[in-house]
Design a protein around this ligand. Sequence first.
Ligand code: 4BW
Length: 152
Amino acid sequence: MISLQSDKVLGATIRDLIIPAERVAHVQVKNNLEHALLVLTKTGYTAVPVLDPKYKLHGLVSTTHIMDSILGLERIEFDKLEHMTVEDVMNKELPSLKMNDTVEKGLELLVDHPFVCVQDEDNMFEGILTRRTILDRLHTHFQKNNNEKDLD
Ligand code: 4BW
């Protein structure tokens, strides 16, 4: 039976696990959808945070949001990409974390979201917590736990 020694793993804070803002691909609220689609395609991510020039978090935008917004009745209206902005289509309802929140809180949010944004008290963007990072941490912990059991 795998034991989670929950305080050690789940009691740690988000601060230890985030991908910092400077390493996160993002788009800006006023960017047009053509630029956003280019960023999503080139980075290979399906969704990225939306920030303003001061790095305040405003939402998330995904390839699906963009494609959905240019779907006409009979064709995909690619010409709209240039004229619509990220803020027209982004998702503004998003969960977020603070640096001092526990990993347990992050884990709960990551059940329904591939990543969660981390922001400070003034909504300034600090980075993201991803499913990969948290699964990697849990996997390492389980392996260590099993190795210790083998030695007993
Ligand atoms: O370019 C990539 N590099 C690596 N190393 N892995 C990638 C890349 N693109 C996708 N992946 C893998 C990751 O395991 O596919 C998973 C799903 O990607 P997604 O959602 O659907 O684009 C990735 O899982 P994850 O690392 O747990 O990341 C979850 C989600 O977090 C991604 C993406 O929306 C976002 N994300 C992750 N790192 C990011 C980022 N967004 C912006 N900048 C980053 N550096």
